[in-house]
Design a protein around this ligand. Sequence first.
Ligand code: MG
Length: 368
Amino acid sequence: MKITRITVFQIDLPLEHPYWLSGGRLKFEVLDATLVKVETDAGITGWGEGTPWGHTYVPAHGPGIRAGVETMAPFVLGLDPRKVLDVERAMDLALPGHLYAKSPIDMACWDIAGQAAGLPIADMMGGASRTPRAIASSVGAKTVEETRAVIDRYRQRGYIAHSVKIGGDVARDIARVRDVEDMRRPGELVLYDVNRGWTRQQALRVMSATEDLHVMFEQPCETLDDIAAICPKHAAPVSVDESLVTLQDATRIARDGLAEVFGIKLNRVGGLTKAARMRDVALAHGIDMFVMATGGSVLADAEALHLAATIPDANCHAVWACQDMLTVDIASGRGPRNVDGHLHLPETPGLGVHPDEELLGDPVATYA
Ligand code: MG
């Protein structure tokens, strides 16, 4: 089987609510999504998506994905998409780094491999759990009343996992953690996501002031060096996501004991092929996982769900469904959707959902 054509689409995915990142980074209202359609001489077509969480969050750039695909396409055309390692090496040779530009092609290749084998991607990756995965909410509200209202709204839809955004002001963050812990119900999972918003000193002040609560903080500081520096000085469990980009990051975090949880963002780390290695490093070191696409439509959520299904139930905390934050749906209700706060693995071969191509507009590029 050979890849014969790669067609690229760009679509804006408007957010239902504008999003402000902590630390004074710019707000954004629209996600810039790149959809990649990969065709083969066997008549099987795969789809991939790359949707960074805005341009100001981390080094991942919507137009950069399209430029990266243009650079990599000549090296990928003619390869067998079922041989995902061959495709991965071709992309790494053609364009060192730029992992976020590679994930859509990797995703489309896994989609094709699954369809060719008659298996969902998660089973193609070695076998998958059918236990539905809890979806984590994203709670950005500021006041106690607003926070309670947002969490209650998610609870009514079945959510039991919540990612509460904090970071910036020490006194306010300490109060916010205590307020949310007061409203936490038995069985609910709450992760306090700092999004790199604290200096080392701010992190230690909040962590020591909330030590009695035994709560988990995600990405408390900017870099792994910062997280390593504070590590011996606090007892709080830590999840790392923004600083988990390469396999070397994963091995450093595991070896040095910098985090108890990996937040694996598939677009950021370069797709399923690279993320699967991080999963194995995590499992070998007693590290649990959250899995997310980074952003995007139901296609991106489906990709994340496939990886999450390959993680043993006990080690997979939750997934995230960005689709619920968007005002457009490119797959008209198909694919894995929120059912009582959980996503169920599609049993259809491959990714399990393709977009309605007519909703994507004209292609922005075709390589053949
Ligand atoms: Mg996070």
